[in-house]
Write a protein that binds this ligand. Structure first.
Ligand code: 4AD
Ligand code: MG
Length: 489
């Protein structure tokens, strides 16, 4: 007999049917008259209950049915007499695939801290919280592909090993097959990468954008969705050394079109999760409500997880320039009371405390900031022709056609821009920041042959999953996180 996913059984139960389910025991409870097994197979957050009469199962089998054991249960689906479930399985037979020694199995049926669960990342998908997160993560990834497919974009696979530093921030992991103890040296004592695997120095990519632009200049609208690597030593709840990024790139899009796409895209994938992950989101919504109870009144959030998701889907994002944002921040209460750790002035890279003030306190909704100072943004962003002015008529600049989308609880979720399509301006900026034209001659060729206005952005996939699941730490929304000093599993 083949087995059925628990999700399918619970969605459309056929009472009286003989079935087999296979999964991992969450709990076993014995009363005077019966044995109750709660089984979960990962297809849904819900367990199925299986019941046998006391004395029915052989003692040898019963002993092996403990939390974490993998079993196949065959029996008849019947209406449940208990209050927790509509149906249950009246057990005919249990086969134990793999027992889990209760003395050693670390995941006992009680509340474990997220920190402890990170130490057993190989087992944490067996908890309600992590299985819910992983199913939602899957649904969001599917929604991303669906959104772009439905909107005429082509999925472009950009390289993971690359010789260029797309963001120019120098935060790359080297890829090399040279002997680390005794690498070949050039005459002036430097490592001779010409003898390395690719005949040059190579790294793991920090972004697929540069190659993405090549695709857009031929296919019109493309997107990438792949792993991205950054060797930045940021031990925060928002940074991973290995994360997944979605990067659409569109010919003929200007900054305004780029913003409209970003807003529509994020809303669309969140709506998909609301429509397709109701059980898992309800579980996480509840979990968050429980957590909130332990917080101080002033730290409790005004909206529940589900309310927050619906709010983002139903409301327009606020759009303003960096210059306007700086003015709001400088006039803000925390600035006047000296409560920001970093003082705000035109030209600074906004810190997450500033971004969160704008999103969570001032506008209370997602915000798109545009036209940032040129000095703090990447070389490829289109230069604004006019300087920026604030409400007092003060003039600032130069600025670029950048946009960052900021989300409550997250800060920056998307970074993007219109691209500099003018060859001279682009190479001029590269010279200022010290990027050799020879290093990315192929990128510059798009500006030499058939250049066009174009734009794109990058969405950090884990930051999206963080927002949708309401979790507090990015390490908890990717199966096996990579962070400084941590690459177990
Ligand atoms: O703002 P970033 O650095 O932009 C780029 O890489 C551009 N090339 C994107 C483009 O225009 N095609 O990164 C984009 C997003 C950020 O907004 C953030 O959500 C996420 O990637 N991100 C990270 N997520 C997790 N851990 C990290 N260390 C991240 N660094 C960036
Ligand atoms: Mg950014």
């Amino acid at each position: 007999m083949s087995y059925l996913p628990i999700k399918q059984i619970l969605q459309a139960p056929t009472v009286g049917q003989d079935i087999t389910v296979k999964g991992w025991v969450r709990t076993k409870r014995e009363s005077k008259n019966a044995v109750f097994i709660a089984l979960n197979d990962g297809s849904t957050i819900h367990n199925i209950q299986a019941v046998s009469e006391a004395g029915q199962l052989p003692d040898d089998t019963l002993r092996l049915i403990t939390t974490g054991a993998c079993v196949a249960i065959t029996g008849t689906l019947v209406e449940s007499l208990g209050s927790g479930q509509a149906v249950e399985i009246k057990i005919a037979e249990v086969h134990v695939y793999g027992p889990a020694d209760p003395e050693k199995y670390p995941l006992q049926p009680k509340r474990h801290s997220l920190e402890f669960l990170r130490e057993i990342a190989h087992l944490r998908p067996r908890t309600n919280t992590f299985s819910a997160i992983l199913r939602i993560r899957h649904a969001l990834a599917f929604a991303v592909h669906k959104y772009y497919n439905d909107n005429g974009f082509f999925y472009l696979n950009t390289p993971i090993i690359t010789a260029s530093d797309a963001e120019g921030a120098g935060e790359m992991f080297r890829v090399s097959t040279l002997d680390p103890i005794n690498p070949p040296k050039t005459e002036d004592g430097k490592i001779d990468y010409s003898q390395d695997f690719f005949g040059r120095e190579t790294n793991l990519t920090v972004s697929g954008q540069l190659e993405g632009e090549l695709g857009a200049m031929a296919l019109g609208k493309i997107y990438t969705f792949g792993p991205t690597f950054r060797a930045e030593n940021s031990n925060t709840t928002r940074h991973l050394a290995e994360f997944w990024m979605i990067e659409p790139e569109m010919a003929f899009y200007e900054l305004e079109d780029n913003m409209a796409l970003a807003e529509d895209f994020v809303k669309s994938v969140i709506r998909y999760a609301l429509d397709n992950c109701a059980d898992d989101l309800a579980f996480l919504d509840n979990r968050q409500k429980e957590e909130e109870k332990n917080k101080k009144k002033e730290e409790q959030s005004e909206m529940s997880l589900l309310e927050k998701l619906r709010f983002v889907v139903d409301n327009d994002f606020e759009r303003l320039t960096y210059t306007e944002a700086v003015e709001i921040l400088r006039n803000s209460k925390p600035a006047k009371k000296g409560q920001f750790q970093y003082e705000v002035s035109w030209g600074i890279d906004l810190q997450s405390e500033h971004e969160r003030y704008l999103v969570e306190k001032h506008f209370k909704k997602p915000v798109i900031l545009t036209n940032y100072p040129r000095e703090i943004k990447a070389f490829y962003m289109k230069q604004d022709s006019e300087p920026a002015t604030n409400s007092r008529g003060e003039v600032f600049g130069p600025t670029v056609r950048a946009m960052d989308v900021l989300f409550p609880g997250i800060g920056e979720i998307i970074g993007g821009s219109q691209r500099e399509d003018d060859l001279d301006k682009l190479t001029g900026r590269m010279a200022e920041v010290g990027i050799e034209p020879e290093a990315i001659w192929w990128y510059l060729d798009t500006r030499r042959f058939g250049t066009a206005p174009h734009s794109g952005f990058g969405l950090g996939f884990e930051r999206l999953v963080l927002f949708v699941t309401g979790m507090g730490n990015i390490r908890d929304v990717i199966p096996f996180p990579r962070t400084p000093k941590s690459a177990e599993f």
